[in-house]
Design a binder for this molecule. Structure first.
Ligand SMILES: C[S@@+](CC[C@H](N)C(=O)[O-])C[C@H]1O[C@@H](n2cnc3c(N)ncnc32)[C@H](O)[C@@H]1O
Length: 372
């Protein structure tokens, strides 16, 4: 199974300031959807977060939805399902829920809500969101942030001379586009089955500025180029096998808005009567924290942005370049571990030497759907 999971043991949470900025930027849309979504009279209100990771960001966003539902219906019982892949660090998620009362939604409710008997139940689901995660017709609010650009699988040799699809050749990009489109339809079909009529979905995912595939449509491309160049240096030094590098690419596909809404608006699509698109735009995300550091402390800036990148790429790099069936290895040797550490430390040195070159301002697609 492809490991598209993040680093565990709190390392994703500690290095996900960028994803937190994205959730902050999408917060008005979460609020927009939460004040419009129907609240069922006879049953528990159900929220699902698809691709929650360790939960710091997930828990914060769910808290906003719960707050909004309770403003309209104090005491409403609410269930929250945090979904991610089976190998996700769910222990950290539950620590965020139970050991950090100041940020957890489990202790939200004001006095009036608690008196009204408000109950919130938290659950976890270890299953791919490209299949079913919840029962038919049971989800009132679907949330997913920074997750659905991860593909269900990456065909070998998808991109021979780079690791990121912004640098794929036209043919490679077309093939990847088909994989991205299939996954996206699978995701939407599964959610269509799970969501109740009137339910809302708020989703963010890594995107690109226009339909065409070209490197300048992906801000932060220079960081991907840096990672690729550093990997090539390690190939040249014999620390990574060239053929394995050529076979590998990050299983990420950044959709344009056009690709995102296509299956929902194409009259021939079997998703055409399932959702209304209430909002679909690309946003370029700027994170003040990184901008301030870039101006003031190049070394710390380099550390922070490379650790952010590492939080979501290291498990995939380890599996794809070292522990794969091609090499017939399941575990990293000490030498491999050294190579992985060297990849990220070299990247830090290069960013610190020229911080102006390396921004972390990705493009994100924001989407709000209403289930018909
Ligand atoms: C960058 S993290 C985002 C976490 C959180 N939503 C946030 O905004 O900080 C992406 C998450 O998506 C999860 N993910 C990737 N593919 C998935 C799949 N097919 N099914 C469920 N989760 C998936 C990864 O394991 C990872 O935890």
């Amino acid at each position: 199974m492809l490991l598209t999971r993040m680093r565990g043991d709190g390392l994703y949470d500690a290095n996900s300031e960028l994803q937190r900025c994205i959730l902050e930027a999408v917060a008005p849309l979460i609020n927009y959807a939460a004040v419009r979504v129907p609240i069922p009279a006879q049953r528990t209100f159900s929220i699902v977060d698809y691709g929650c990771s360790e939960g710091r960001n997930s828990v914060g966003s769910v808290k906003k939805i719960i707050h909004s539902v309770h403003e309209r219906d104090p005491g409403k019982w609410i269930s929250v399902l945090h979904n991610d892949l089976p190998m996700n660090d769910f222990n950290s998620l539950f620590e965020n829920l139970y050991a950090a009362p100041e940020s957890s939604y489990l202790s939200t409710g004001n006095e009036e809500q608690i008196r009204a008997g408000s109950k919130i139940f938290a659950f976890a689901s270890g299953a791919s969101f490209y299949g079913r995660v919840a029962p038919d017709d049971s989800v009132d609010f679907a949330l997913s942030s920074c997750a659905t650009h991860w593909l269900s699988a990456m065909p070998d040799y998808s991109i021979c001379n780079h690791i990121f699809h912004g640098n794929a050749t036209a043919d490679e990009a077309r093939r990847l586009g088909r994989v991205g489109a299939n996954d996206w339809k699978k995701f939407l079909h599964a959610r269509a089955d799970e969501m109740t009529s009137g339910a809302r979905m708020v989703l963010t995912m890594a995107g690109r500025l226009h339909q065409a595939n070209s490197a300048d449509l992906y801000p932060s491309q220079n960081l991907m180029d840096l990672m690729n160049q550093t990997l090539l240096d390690l190939v040249a030094e014999g620390r990574i096998v060239k053929e394995i590098y050529e076979r590998f690419a990050l299983p990420i596909y950044c959709r344009s808005v056009e690709e995102t809404v296509a299956p929902l608006q194409d009259t021939h699509s079997d998703l055409i009567n399932k959702f209304t698109v209430e909002y679909a735009e690309t946003h370029r995300i700027k994170c003040d924290h990184f901008e301030r550091l870039r101006m003031s402390d190049a070394t710390w800036y380099a550390h922070e942005i490379v650790e952010s990148l590492r939080a979501f790429t290291q498990p995939v790099i380890e599996q794809g370049l070292f522990c794969n069936s091609f090499r017939n290895d399941e575990h990293l040797t000490a030498k491999d571990r050294g190579t992985v550490a060297s990849l990220y430390s070299r990247m830090k040195q290069r960013v610190a030497a020229d911080p102006e070159q390396y921004d972390l301002e990705p493009v994100s697609v924001f989407l709000v759907l209403s289930r018909i």
